[in-house]
Design a protein around this ligand. Structure first.
Ligand SMILES: [Zn+2]
Ligand SMILES: [Zn+2]
Length: 138
């Protein structure tokens, strides 16, 4: 019982409560998504390199749904889909961010990690020497 309860969640598509068997969607939406996949794949074969907006306009499938399907790698075999970088809106076909934003974010993360590391080292160093001097005093 409790194991099933742990897997109960709201379907991100329709909001219904369902038991997640790993697909992340309820059965009805999963089936719908499989249909979408076929529609989008055949659209992409005729229109390679389409943007999400173009696919939405042609198929009526919500951009949010398309994004989720892209993230799940649903259209990897069908060809490229272009969608906007989450940071600047440049059209990309891989990951969450364009190359520029990806590099900028990496830099920011590096800076944060470096300063965190320095802080940790400083604290560790101080603590270490304090312990050391205490031991010596004793
Ligand atoms: Zn659903
Ligand atoms: Zn960007």
């Amino acid at each position: 019982m409790s194991i099933i309860a742990n897997k109960m969640k709201n379907c991100p598509e329709c909001g219904r409560v369902f038991v997640d068997a790993g697909a992340g969607l309820c059965n009805a939406c999963l089936r719908k998504e499989e249909e979408y996949e076929i529609i989008v794949c055949s659209y992409l074969r005729d229109n390679p390199g389409s943007t999400i907006r173009q696919i939405y306009e042609a198929t009526g499938i919500k951009e949010r749904t398309l994004m989720r399907m892209i993230r799940m790698g649903r259209f990897l075999d069908a060809g490229e889909i272009k969608y906007p970088c989450e940071r600047c809106g440049t059209l990309i076909n891989e990951g969450k961010y364009c190359e520029k934003c990806g590099a900028a974010l990496q830099n920011e993360i590096k800076k944060v990690t470096e300063s965190l590391n320095k802080k940790m080292q400083n604290t560790a160093g101080k603590n270490g020497s304090e312990t050391y001097s205490t031991i010596r005093k004793v």
